[in-house]
Design a protein around this ligand. Structure first.
Ligand code: GDG
Length: 470
């Protein structure tokens, strides 16, 4: 079997098993690459005055990491622009925040072409290529134009939006047409898959056969659902380790008999943090006996802070937490402990394990790994309760959580009350079912299912010739 070539916007540190890096993608791919003799290619995160296409290659224990520098204009138009100001908000149903600027589009096309050009000399005929996420949707098209016939798969970590929303994107057809240069396209959830299929049928005059093959634009691509998972055993082991134990003790002292609700998220408007705080405020207002007995610890790691919408959400959250704390706090209790910094994964595991409730209420989320981490960190004999948004991909798998509509303060507030009152035998029963799913559908199962489907996908080089440049 050939090598696995992973291509994503940024590369992670596959040898870093303690996981200092933030973001579900880096954790998931690190585990995948250790297993194969893989190459991981992406942007170095650095900018230079003029693009050179110079590869910088680093051989680690598990994988070879290859990176390239981009220009400042690339970062502005491709990364901060098309990826995070156009596609991210649109794919998370925030068309009010989506910026449609031609220069972003051009930057996106330019960087995808640069990625293809730079990775080309690394490729061997037997390699199979796995492209990740919304930054690189047209990469297969760019590779095909350069004559690449290898199997290429694409996995979308974020949701695919409903057809009518997607159609608000200028040049939406071109973007979907580019999807048809892959052999396999994977989504996190059935919800995303059916939104894509709906677009293919309704806007691209295409068809989906019973085997999950989509046909449109004179080409075919296999579609599938591949819900991402945790490196569950490693995370459970981290929860039993020294750093976790130290944090458990630190939290035990600081709890002083109170009960903790926890949220852990990148500071992103899609995660529903403001709505979460307001629902929690509603719970406090309606439950006087909870005052001084409960608190919400929200760890919100700053992210994409060059993008205005992120600066705005950060300022709003500062204001909302300040207001709620001002209204409810007493000299020895604050209702919301709001923390804008990063912790190591093993430290997080210890903190999660002390929380009576994991509050995971994104307004839209491809999957949401925090929900799975919370479950993996719980003590089996006395587990906490997961409250989970129905709009996270994880909700399709984690039915034993308390599933809520994150837009409804009342519903979330009721779920907090129900979670805190839930008897131990019900908590154990729900948790046993949840942890079984987290362990079975782990990151290795995700990778194996995707790779197997990619290797089995119908690969028809004849179709490719149509898109190759003369
Ligand atoms: C995208 C999709 C999909 C957070 N704070 C710290 C920290 N984190 C870690 C969490 C978790 C990860 O970041 C966040 O993963 P999510 O899955 O919740 O969300 P995104 O970053 O938006 O990821 C998402 C994912 O890709 C994978 O496909 O599930 O839907 O949006 O692992 O623990 N990690 C550390 N310190 C922190 O302070 N070490």
């Amino acid at each position: 079997m050939g090598r696995l070539i992973v291509i994503s916007n940024r590369v992670g540190q596959p040898d870093d098993t303690r996981g200092a890096s933030v973001g579900g993608l880096a954790m998931a791919l690190g585990a995948a690459l250790r297993e194969y003799n893989g190459i991981w290619f992406g942007w170095s995160g650095r900018t230079v005055e003029t693009f050179t296409g110079q590869l910088s290659v680093q051989r680690g224990q598990g994988a070879t990491i290859a990176t390239v520098d981009l220009e400042e204009q690339d970062r502005d138009e491709y990364y901060n622009g098309y990826a995070n100001r156009t596609l991210w908000p649109l794919f998370h149903y925030r068309i009010d925040l989506s910026a449609y600027e031609r220069s972003f589009n051009e930057g996106y096309a330019r960087v995808n072409a640069r990625f293809a050009q730079t990775v080309l000399p690394l490729l061997e005929p037997d390699d199979f290529i796995w492209v990740h996420d919304y930054h690189l949707i047209p990469l297969a098209r760019e590779l095909r134009r350069r004559g690449v016939k290898n199997r290429i798969g694409f996995f979308l970590h974020i949701p695919w939006p409903a057809r009518r929303l997607f159609a608000t994107l200028p040049l939406h057809r071109e973007l979907v047409e580019a999807v048809f240069d892959y052999d396999l396209v994977g989504f996190q959830s059935h919800d995303s898959l059916s939104a894509f299929e709906d677009y293919v049928r309704g806007e691209a005059e295409g068809e989906i056969d019973s085997g999950g093959i989509a046909q449109a634009f004179g080409r075919r691509v296999r579609l599938g659902v591949f819900p991402i998972g945790l490196d569950a055993d490693a995370f459970m082991a981290a929860a039993r380790g020294e750093a976790a134990a130290a944090w458990r003790e630190r939290m035990r002292v600081s709890l002083a008999g109170r009960r903790m609700i926890i949220g852990v998220d990148r500071l992103d408007y899609s995660k529903g943090l403001e709505e979460r705080f307001l629902a929690y405020e509603e719970y406090l207002a309606n439950t006087p006996e909870a005052l001084e007995q409960v608190f919400l610890l929200q760890i919100a790691t700053p992210s994409r802070d060059e993008v205005e919408a992120y600066q705005e959400i950060r300022a709003r959250l500062d204001a909302v937490t300040g207001r709620i704390n001002g209204a409810f706090a007493t000299p020895d209790w604050v209702p919301i402990r709001y923390v804008n910094r990063t912790y190591r994964r093993d430290e997080l595991a210890g903190i999660y394990s002390m929380a009576a409730i994991g509050l995971v209420t994104p307004l839209r989320d491809g999957m949401n790994l925090v929900a799975k981490e919370y479950v993996a960190a719980q003590p089996p004999e006395d587990p906490g309760v997961l409250i989970l948004s129905r709009f996270a991909g994880a909700a399709e798998q984690m039915e034993e959580a308390l599933i809520v509509n994150p837009f409804s303060r009342e519903e979330v507030s009721d779920a907090i009350e129900a979670g805190l009152a839930m008897p131990r035998d019900e908590r154990v029963r729900r948790w046993e079912s949840l942890i079984e799913g987290v362990r079975r559908h782990d990151v290795a199962a995700w990778r194996d299912a995707f790779v197997e489907a990619l290797l089995a996908a119908p690969c028809s080089p004849a179709d490719r010739l149509a898109t190759a440049e003369p």
